[in-house]
Design a protein around this ligand. Sequence first.
Ligand code: SAM
Length: 199
Amino acid sequence: MKRFVKDLLQSPGAASLALFTREIWANPRAMGAACPSAPMLAGYMASRVPTDRDGLVVELGGGTGAVTAALLKYGVPPWKLVVVERSPTLAHHLRQRFPQLRIIQGDAAQLAQLLGQERSKKVGSIVSSLPLRSLHPATTRAIGHQFETLLDPGGLLIQYTYDLRGTRARLLPSFRRLSGKIVWSNLPPARVEVFERKE
Ligand SMILES: C[S@@+](CC[C@H](N)C(=O)[O-])C[C@H]1O[C@@H](n2cnc3c(N)ncnc32)[C@H](O)[C@@H]1O
């Protein structure tokens, strides 16, 4: 616990934490978490992304940038990384924190449209912190459809969930789960899952 609190205080900085908390008050369902991911969770997510693959790495639900920072630290080149965030305030924060990245403000349910010209490039991996369980079911279905549309067979979806049993298979019918690991040091503990787009 002591380690978690220390990590938390060091991770996004006090300003990011305050911003995250304000966003929870404004839109609790869309935030779906009490605080930003701890470095252990963000680092484990990032470590699952193959850096030698062709194609973009698209991060969904950037928040205050905990996972974004880890992706850069684990070797995803800035030119390959695109971050999508629904909240205008958080998107603004991400642009200030990561001026070298393409940050798109918008709803992941319209991901293909949001990517615009970037769509001509292949998407190799999607890294999602979206709270799929707490979003409206229609939004969750639309997001699942975007995953199917944008990832070719073999493409990876890496995401975490606070449902320690893991993501329901019916939510991602076109994907096969490759791995799942619980990061107990996050608050609350979260399961990181890696899915592969089926043929
Ligand atoms: C659980 S927080 C994760 C934030 C950060 N990645 C982290 O791990 O600390 C979920 C984030 O997803 C964003 N979000 C929720 N619904 C979204 C949507 N439909 N499209 C894009 N972003 C969304 C929220 O605004 C929030 O920043």
